[in-house]
Design a protein around this ligand. Structure first.
Ligand SMILES: NC(=O)c1ccc[n+]([C@@H]2O[C@H](COP(=O)([O-])OP(=O)(O)OC[C@H]3O[C@@H](n4cnc5c(N)ncnc54)[C@H](OP(=O)(O)O)[C@@H]3O)[C@@H](O)[C@H]2O)c1
Length: 248
């Protein structure tokens, strides 16, 4: 499977965009949207070559090495790093099933571990291995898809303990890495983004209960517009798909 879109030379385009989780509902729409914007796009996920699987820590470093080689070959730069991975329900790494908890009675170590692995630990490993690949000068953006339900200030309904807590952890990781990133490049931006409620496998079981969902293409278009319009000084913050700040 070829994961790098044509044209194959970054300097003929706006630069390279890497989408981790480009195999997901929103991720695939982001890949298409970035290609339409003129970026050369590299999509990484468990089914791409090379594969990136958060359950295998070495694959994150190996994929970063693949991107570094590509940048060295083409002259770069890496202009967009978008992390569109996430987990809400389904099979965990141990083979058990996890669903969003309606009560503390449903809390399980296995589901908590898997939510934290996919929603926080994996993206943290991406920060470690991919943020150093961003250019040391000029505007560039790293965006991590979070969720409004990860906001503690906005939590009036309760429930969904593992997903909420793991996204809150992601938000802290984004804020912390943005501080370190600014020491390398004052124009680099690192943000958490809420995509809205979107028609994907992740939201599908909840759409049955009347949840209003938007097409992934619309969400991706909104998110790319927000990324393009992020003002200087907005690094380390949490925005929704309209570009409005979300409380931590
Ligand atoms: N959909 C919504 O309504 C909604 C709302 C708020 C926030 N979000 C957030 O938006 C992001 C994208 O969600 P989505 O709706 O597009 O979900 P999705 O269609 O289920 O996609 C999830 C992505 O995560 C990847 N992933 C899962 N486990 C992984 C692992 N072990 N290692 C590496 N990648 C792994 C999947 O890769 P595979 O293809 O290999 O499975 C897939 O690319 C997530 O962060 C989600 O929390 C979504």
């Amino acid at each position: 499977m070829t994961t790098v879109s044509s044209p194959d030379r970054a300097h003929d385009t706006q630069g390279l965009a890497v989408v981790i989780g480009g195999t997901g509902g929103i991720g695939a729409a982001l890949v298409a949207g970035l290609q339409a914007q003129g970026f050369e796009v590299l999509s990484l996920g468990r089914s791409t070559h090379p594969a990136l699987d958060y359950a295998e820590e070495t694959t994150v470093a190996a994929c970063a090495g693949h991107v570094a080689d590509h940048l060295a070959r083409t002259g770069g730069p890496l202009q967009r790093l978008i992390v569109a991975t996430g987990f809400l329900h389904g099979a965990t790494a141990s083979g058990q099933r996890a669903e969003p908890e309606r009560s503390w009675q449903h809390l399980s170590a296995d589901a908590l571990q898997h939510n934290f692995l996919i929603n926080a630990i994996g993206p943290a490993l991406v920060m470690r291995h991919f943020l150093p690949l961003l250019p040391r000068q000029g505007r560039c953006v790293a965006a991590f898809l979070s969720a409004r339900v990860g906001s503690i200030g906005d939590n009036a309904l309760g429930g969904w303990y593992a997903y909420r807590a793991s996204k809150a952890a992601l938000n802290q990781l984004v804020h912390t890495s943005a501080i370190e990133l600014a020491r390398r490049n004052k124009e680099a931006l690192c943000v958490a983004l809420h995509p809205g409620t979107v028609d994907t496998g992740l939201s599908q079981p909840f759409a049955k209960t009347g949840l209003q969902v938007r097409p992934a293409e619309e969400a991706a278009s909104d998110l790319l517009a927000v990324i393009d319009a992020l003002p200087a000084g907005s690094s380390g913050q949490f925005f929704d798909h309209k570009g409005l700040p979300v409380p931590w």
